[in-house]
Design a protein around this ligand. Structure first.
Ligand code: UDP
Ligand code: MG
Length: 249
């Protein structure tokens, strides 16, 4: 898969920032400028040094042109561009690998997640290694709400979990959590379980959620049902077959 990482000379020379925000982007041209504006406002309050890693997952609209334009206004913007669409997990993986912060925050590009919740995640990260957003008042069409409810119940049942909203992209990690993860397509829905399997402490906090105003959702029941069920079985298999041993001598 061809990728292109665009980091300015100045960025490459500087020591890494404290926090990296990773955002997968697939055809979100109208959402990018307000998203970056909102992040910059919140991060001014947070007061940590940061970078925003936008991963263009093979967009066919003007997303990448918009990102290039934005890079002139936001010095902390790092751009990665895929040759073609490779999926949300692949985009996250590339972002994780490029991230230099000791804390990594992920979110969607469509402004359904609210950057204003970043401080809440960071607060919980003081006690935990990974914090997952829980969209307790999710703003999506009813068909999506119903299917997500069923999917979460099935996932929790099969993987013996109690995660309310694993599909929420707004999450924060200490970088150690991600160091040894080997991701596969579709695994972005199982990140809390995968991180727990590595022995880390994971929690959930309530976050806001907004209706999508621009662009379209990339997922529907048809393109999710079978594959995410199979992914679930794969994760259950991994849990069952994880190596467990204690050396006595
Ligand atoms: N996305 C991506 N590659 C894909 C599908 C989605 O990078 O193949 C991005 C998308 O642009 C958005 C996020 O992943 O930033 C979540 O997608 P979407 O909002 O469509 O999901 P939904 O909120 O409808 O579940
Ligand atoms: Mg969305």
């Amino acid at each position: 898969m061809g990728t292109e990482v665009v980091r300015s000379e100045e960025q490459s020379e500087q020591a890494g920032p404290e926090l990296s925000i990773v955002i997968p982007i697939y055809n979100e041209e109208e959402n990018i400028p307000p998203l970056l504006g909102a992040i910059s406002r919140v991060m001014q309050e947070v007061g940590l040094s940061y970078e925003v890693i936008c991963v263009d997952d093979g967009s066919t609209d003007k997303s990448y042109a918009v990102l290039r334009e934005m890079a002139d206004h936001y010095p902390g913007l790092v751009l990665i561009r895929f040759q073609e669409n490779a999926g949300q997990t692949a985009a996250l993986d590339a972002g994780f690998k490029a991230a230099r912060g000791r804390i990594i925050v992920t979110m969607d590009a469509d402004l359904q997640n609210d950057p204003a919740d970043i401080p809440v995640l960071l607060e919980a990260l003081q006690e935990y290694d990974m914090v997952c957003g829980w969209r307790y008042q999710r703003q999506d069409p009813w068909i999506k709400l119903v299917s997500a409810r069923i999917a979460n119940a099935v996932r929790n049942w099969i993987t013996q979990e109690q995660i309310r909203d694993t599909g929420c992209s707004l999450k924060a990690y200490r970088r150690e959590c991600l160091a040894s993860l080997k991701l596969f397509t579709g695994m972005h829905r199982f990140l809390p379980t995968l991180v727990k399997m590595e022995g880390f402490r994971v929690t959930e906090v309530k976050v806001r959620h907004h209706p999508r105003r621009h662009g379209k959702s990339k997922y529907n029941i048809r393109n999710r049902l079978v594959s995410s069920f199979l992914d679930c079985l794969a994760v259950a298999w991994m849990q069952k077959r994880a190596l467990r041993y204690k050396i006595v001598e």
